[in-house]
Write a protein that binds this ligand. Structure first.
Ligand code: VG1
Ligand code: CO
Length: 545
């Protein structure tokens, strides 16, 4: 019997455009007949030397994960892939996938995740495509994939029942080997190479209480191995640590709104010294101290300022990078360390070339993402361990560390306001209004300040010289203040408007204000300029960070 199947569809899917990180759609959309298959076929058709190559495949455990893995194995077999490495139960975090791609010299990684978007039948599903350096596919490739999908009417697969993959082992389908490994082990080994876990463990045993919220998503098995088995913590230090297909109805986005249970424990009840959470696929992190929320932009700055305390970076760091909307707190550190600081568009894919050519060692985004050259993705648990190692080495609390940091480098007051899932025409109207006002704003007074520049950010990659335009509207004011406006590229319903506000206070200035108060002028002036609350009919943003 011929097990090769060629499927033809009548009408192409025209909406498979990858966003900031992968293709994300509602679970229902992904369940439409042939939808996932056509996207995967479009991906495989763009990859040179696919025959005989090795692929890494796994996901964050959300609804549809296992079925998608089975389908993708069958499609890859029909494309003569040599070996697919999958993980037990298909659970694989994004940073762990990036590590495996590099460890196993894989040509490609397919990560089934819509990251911080909710999961389950009524939630979202997604596919991230990573290339052989371990990082997200660059724009050139995602554009080709999209182009191909728009007219693609056929795909092939090898019709063979896929055995269970709840144990380590291997099986063969056609000539392709499917290897099932423990997705946690290699990642934990990598963390042990970078950090001194004994030092962290000793500190945690001495009157320092920690709680970690895995948000019922992918990091559960990883923290169990790291925190319980390696660091010797008790079960009580873990919340929501079993991956569930619907994330137990949590929205696995580690911020003050969606991880409010954890935030309450640290900020209101003050029950722990340290708290952290990761997102659906384990690449984001939120750091909290007792009565202290660490803004992700500050986290990047603190990490950069303290690499000398971490064994993995004792050789020094070559440079840093941040995404454009991320605050300039890290720039202040880079200046003092006398290392270069790059500004890239939003999305981890833009850090890839800088990391590959050793122009930078550390990088991060304001959206709770921090990472380094150890992989090519942001890495949530890496950031948590980094923070714990700094605190252990300095024997400090989070709040004291922040105060010391600001006293040395100044404080970049910073906040992001998200208006989630608003009607697209309203979001576009607000965006277009500001875009048309930009030329007039330049050199004018705005928000008790002078506008030095007002533009739509574009970026030339310093390595391959690719130019990326339309990466966010900026109003750059005197004294290192900025306002930025972007539309999200990860949402699946309507449009999400993101506003970013920043204002620098020097070391001898006011360092302990509530950011919403420190930034009030900027927030009010932008609303007056663009009528955001009137147009969105929202009194306040959905999420304030
Ligand atoms: C958001 C963040 C961006 C991040 C991206 C992927 O994109 O702002 O910084 O790289 O999500 O993160 P956008 O286009 O919605 O602003 V993840 O953890 O969702 O892969
Ligand atoms: Co993520």
């Amino acid at each position: 019997m011929d097990r090769f199947k060629y499927i033809t569809i009548e009408k192409p899917f025209t909406d498979q455009k990858p966003g900031t990180s992968g293709l994300r759609k509602s679970t229902l959309k992904f369940q439409e007949a042939h939808y996932l298959e056509i996207f995967v076929e479009s991906v495989l058709r763009q990859i040179d030397n696919l025959e005989g190559s090795t692929l890494i495949l796994g996901g964050d455990g959300r609804y549809g994960n296992k079925k998608a893995i089975q389908k993708i194995i069958q499609i890859c077999a029909a494309h003569n892939v040599g070996r697919i490495i999958i993980t037990k139960d298909g659970i694989l975090s994004t940073p762990a996938a990036s590590n495996l791609i590099r460890q196993r010299n894989a040509l490609l990684g397919i990560i089934l995740s819509a990251s911080h978007n909710p999961g389950g039948v009524e939630g979202d599903f997604g596919i991230k495509i990573n290339v052989s350096n371990g990082g997200p596919a660059p724009e050139k490739l995602t554009n080709q994939i999209y182009k191909c999908s728009q007219s693609l009417l056929e795909y092939k697969y090898f019709d063979y029942p896929i055995p269970e993959f709840n144990n380590q082992g291997s099986f063969k389908i056609k000539d392709m080997i499917v290897e099932i490994i423990d997705g946690v082990k290699d990642y934990v080994t990598l963390m042990e190479r970078i950090f001194d876990l004994d030092q962290i463990g000793d500190y945690l045993k001495n009157d320092f209480s920690l709680v970690f919220d895995a948000m019922n998503a992918v990091t559960g098995p990883y923290v169990r191995e790291l925190f319980i088995n390696k660091l010797g913590l008790s079960e009580n230090s873990l919340m929501n640590s079993i991956p569930l297909p619907d994330f137990g109805n949590l929205h696995p986005d580690p911020n003050l709104t969606y991880a409010h249970e954890l935030a309450d424990l640290l900020l209101d009840k003050r029950s722990f010294d340290f708290g952290a959470a990761c997102d659906g696929d384990g690449d984001r992190n939120m750091i909290l101290g007792k009565n202290c929320f660490v803004n992700p932009s500050d986290s990047l700055a603190v990490i950069t300022a303290n690499t000398n305390l971490i064994p993995g970076y004792r050789g020094g760091i070559s440079g840093v990078a941040r995404s454009m909307p991320t605050s300039m707190a890290v720039d202040c550190v880079a200046k003092k360390l006398n290392i270069p600081c790059y500004e890239t568009p939003t999305g981890w894919k833009f850090f890839g070339n800088l990391l590959d050519t050793d122009k930078i060692t550390i990088c991060g985004e304001e959206s709770f993402g921090t990472g380094s050259n150890h992989v090519r993705e942001k890495d949530g648990l890496w950031a948590v361990l980094f923070w714990l190692q700094i605190l252990a080495a300095k024997k400090s609390s989070v709040i004291d560390l922040m105060n010391q940091h600001w006293a040395k480098f100044g404080r970049n007051y910073y906040s992001r306001h998200d208006y989630e899932a608003i009607p697209s025409d309203i979001a576009n109207q607000i965006f277009e209004n500001l875009e048309s006002l930009l030329p007039k704003l330049k050199n004018q007074r705005f928000s008790n300040s002078v506008v030095l520049d007002a533009d739509n950010f574009s970026y030339e990659d310093p390595v391959d010289k690719t130019i990326s335009t339309n990466q966010g509207l900026r109003i750059i004011l005197e004294n290192n203040s900025r306002i930025i406006l972007r539309l999200s590229g990860t949402g699946t319903k309507g449009s999400t408007l993101r506003l970013y506000f920043e204002k620098l206070s020097l070391p001898n200035g006011e360092l302990n204000l509530n950011p919403q108060i420190a930034l009030k002028d900027l927030i009010t002036s932008l609303d007056e300029l663009l009528n955001i609350s009137t147009l969105t009919k929202m009194e306040r943003p959905t999420v304030i960070t």
